[in-house]
Design a protein around this ligand. Sequence first.
Ligand code: FAD
Length: 446
Amino acid sequence: MSDRRDEFEILVVGAGPAGVAAACAAAEAGRRVAILDNSPWLGGQIWRGESTRPAQTAARRWLERLKRSGAHVLLNTTAFAAPTSGPRAPNAGRLFVSTTCGPQAPNADREIVWQKLILATGARELFVPFPGWTLPGVLGPGGLHAMSKAGWPVAGKRVVVAGTGPLLLAAADGLKQHGAQVRLIVEQAPLAKVAQFGLGLWRYPGKLVQGVAVKGRLLGVPYRCGCWPVKAEGADQVQRVTLTGGKRAWTEECDLLACGFHLVPNVELPLLLGCELDAGVVRVNEFQETTQTGIYCAGEPTGVGGVDCALVEGRISGLAAAGRTRQARELFRQRAAWHRFRNALNRAFSLRPELRTLATADTIVCRCEDVRREALEPFADERGAKLHTRCGMGACQGRICGAAAQFLFGWEHGSVRPPVFPVPVEALITAGKTADSNTFISEPTE
Ligand SMILES: Cc1cc2nc3c(=O)[nH]c(=O)nc-3n(C[C@H](O)[C@H](O)[C@H](O)COP(=O)(O)OP(=O)(O)OC[C@H]3O[C@@H](n4cnc5c(N)ncnc54)[C@H](O)[C@@H]3O)c2cc1C
């Protein structure tokens, strides 16, 4: 099995800003480090595809630093499972990974043995179901922006951007730059909260400059606070969206509706590894170490706080994992400042309760398995709903509907089972062969 096993002192999962910063810090401290990501590029959500563009200087600086650091990079590589039971030595563990293409594939399904593990798995967009949200042409703002960056044509398309959070502005700006006609941006948070958040940005000059520049580029695009979508309609594709400010509803014609309600942390892998959560985010100590010894977590899974928060948490986790705790401590003040920003962000863009009532009885909540709201109402938790309705058992493995149902019904995060990402069957077979009796794939018993 030696060709199916790699060993590293420190393994970083996720190559967004948090993971890249962690890998740099750990590798520069002289450790043997690997960083892996399921995407074909480095940089996570915000820096994807930016390494070659001189405009993104922070991205370029970090990605060049990573190259110089000597960390081993594994792209197109998904961490999908780990031994889930039985004792684990305090500073050692294993992850099963699958590489789908690139120089490592094929036959690149294998286990990686680590002494310290840093989880920097990021976040994804939250979708709140409403009638018509599953129509073609209704996408997440971040997702649509990413697709347009990758070449999906949006030029000339009439786009309404709706939901909540600063990502709406970033996405609208990006879509406009790609030639879309951004008709309107609709923010569910009340104007007073958004204004208070904006006024507090003087403490973060970089964010203030960025915000002013984006608003400048979006001059002429109406930005309405305290409003949200209630219905999307169209024959085969979204053609119009009905919006409301609570009292009065109106309709906007559009070719695309970019709608997302901030982000939810990707906590599936941390949960699989036994890390505890606190209010939906991974609980960590001052060195970013989780409740599992030797497993650290940085960036969005510990709370959605943006790129600067992710970077400083990543650096602290990398230094701490490499045993450089004195240097890690020097970053605590910086992190505290970004945690204040994170708290302000989450206060300003908290979701209004009215959004829980947008989905009607026949609105689909789980789009992979066509499960409607009325079918989920009788259940008290995610597990019951899953067993009886197949909600969360489709291709997305609950990544979309899980968070939506938690928001709609107040359910806790359910238990997580491997594989945490869909992988080829060969990967599961390899994991089964490589593993011992503690692994997720058990031998059939008579
Ligand atoms: C869709 C989207 C678009 C965004 N666009 C913007 C924007 O335009 N501007 C802006 O300021 N902020 C944007 N953000 C927010 C920004 O991405 C974050 O603030 C910042 O990138 C957080 O960095 P991170 O390293 O914590 O996570 P991320 O950047 O999300 O990186 C996490 C990485 O981990 C990988 N990963 C997760 N699980 C696994 C696994 N099991 N195996 C292998 N790899 C794994 C993911 O593919 C991802 O590349 C966006 C967020 C999202 C979700």
